[in-house]
Design a protein around this ligand. Structure first.
Ligand SMILES: *Cc1c(COP(=O)(O)O)cnc(C)c1O
Length: 365
């Protein structure tokens, strides 16, 4: 334990909640007074507002980000015996959604500069069992969707976005969440748009899919007590929807703050000794995380800790080397790019409310 107060915490959600305190309290009162807590007015309004925000026709609120991805796969009837292409470099939830549906995750290596799945490597992983490509906009940076959609079209595959880290990011001026067949979002508190608890959503322009997900997430029922399919309970509750409506109004401003901080880091950090984030000219990332790479990560992180700066590793172990995926028999060395990235990455403080003075302190350290 360090015995002094952290000067720059890795993340501080108290800042955004202090800013919105009275609005969040009013939303709580509104919902409590109305007395309806599951699938009511707040959810309906939030779904409409978030669909509009993503330039998508539909938004369906669900329990969390993992469920959002799982329900998309289930609604497309992807499961036992099917394969889904996933990035070798991602948070494990992306893979777990595929496993949860009963299908097999087939990893494809990232582009070493953007950290996102490398479109040039996807075709080599496609087999007759492949049903979808599950793309991640990692760290808030959009993946190369035109190239990926083209592969999807050519091989008749669904293209699904894992947009859990990228609320509001732009690809060639278009919002993530409507760039493939469907997208899964997480509203886990630390995401760019976070609830005060768990939450998630699916966005899509596919009318049939949206209706199926609505039914699957609500016990397989469209009309109460009439069950057409074996469904789940995965819903975004009224309180979380009411909080998210207030936070959605701030999302662009908060993302802009992240972009300014990122610009500052990029301009001031030592590019000779660190690998700084690379942004393709078609991408407008929303910097869920500010990830640098260092050959001496361990020492760097220790030094930052001693200086009172919080940092984290996203992620220390790639999914294929996790005990949870030992059954796939993917050994150390099979995905060298992902493994290399996982050995060197370090995430610096990045959140709305982080001051320029604090960012300078990080940069100097
Ligand atoms: C957070 C996250 C998820 C899962 O979201 P939950 O709401 O925690 O279930 C999925 N994919 C990625 C890339 C994430 O960062």
């Amino acid at each position: 334990m360090v015995d002094h107060i952290l000067k720059v915490p890795f993340l501080d959600l108290k800042i955004q909640h202090a800013e919105l305190r009275s609005r969040l309290a009013a939303a709580f009162d509104r919902t409590l007074n109305f007395g309806w807590f599951i699938q009511g007015h707040e959810l309906k309004e939030f779904e409409q507002e978030f669909a509009e925000y993503c330039d998508a026709t539909h938004c369906v609120g669900v329990g969390n980000g993992l469920d959002a991805l799982h329900l998309i796969l289930r609604a497309y009837e992807i499961g036992e015996g099917d394969e889904v292409i996933v990035p070798s470099n991602t948070y494990i939830a992306t893979w777990l959604a595929v496993s949860y549906a009963g299908a097999k995750p087939v990893p494809v290596e990232p582009d070493e500069r953007t950290y996102n799945i490398d479109p040039a490597r996807i075709a080599g992983a496609i087999t007759p069992r492949t049903k979808a490509i599950l793309v991640v906009h990692l760290y808030g940076q959009p993946a190369d969707m035109d190239a990926i959609n083209e592969i999807g079209r050519r091989h008749n595959l669904k293209v699904i976005e894992d947009a859990a880290q990228a609320h509001g990011a732009l690809y060639k001026g278009r919002r993530v969440g409507s760039l493939g067949d469907a997208a899964g979002f997480s509203f886990y508190p630390g995401k760019n748009l976070g609830a005060i608890g768990d939450g998630g959503a699916v966005t899509t322009n596919d009318n049939v899919l949206a209706e199926k997900i609505r039914i699957l997430g609500n016990y397989g029922s469209k009309i109460k007590y009439h069950n057409d399919v074996k469904g789940y309970n995965s819903r975004l509750d009224e309180l979380q929807a009411s909080f998210l409506r207030e936070k959605l109004k701030k999302l662009d401003e908060w993302n802009k703050q992240r972009q300014l901080l990122a610009r500052h880091y990029l301009a001031q950090l030592d590019a000779n000794n660190l690998a700084l984030p690379f942004v393709p000219d078609w991408a407008e990332p929303v910097w869920h995380l500010a990830v640098i790479r260092s050959k001496t990560r361990h020492a760097l992180q220790q030094h930052l800790t001693q200086t009172g700066i919080g940092s984290m590793i996203h992620y220390p172990i790639p999914p294929h080397l996790q005990p949870a995926y030992a059954d796939l028999g993917l050994e150390n060395g099979v995905f060298p790019i992902a493994e290399h990235i996982h050995q060197e990455v370090l995430s610096l403080p990045m959140y709305p409310g982080l001051s320029t003075a604090q960012a300078d302190y990080v940069i100097n350290a």
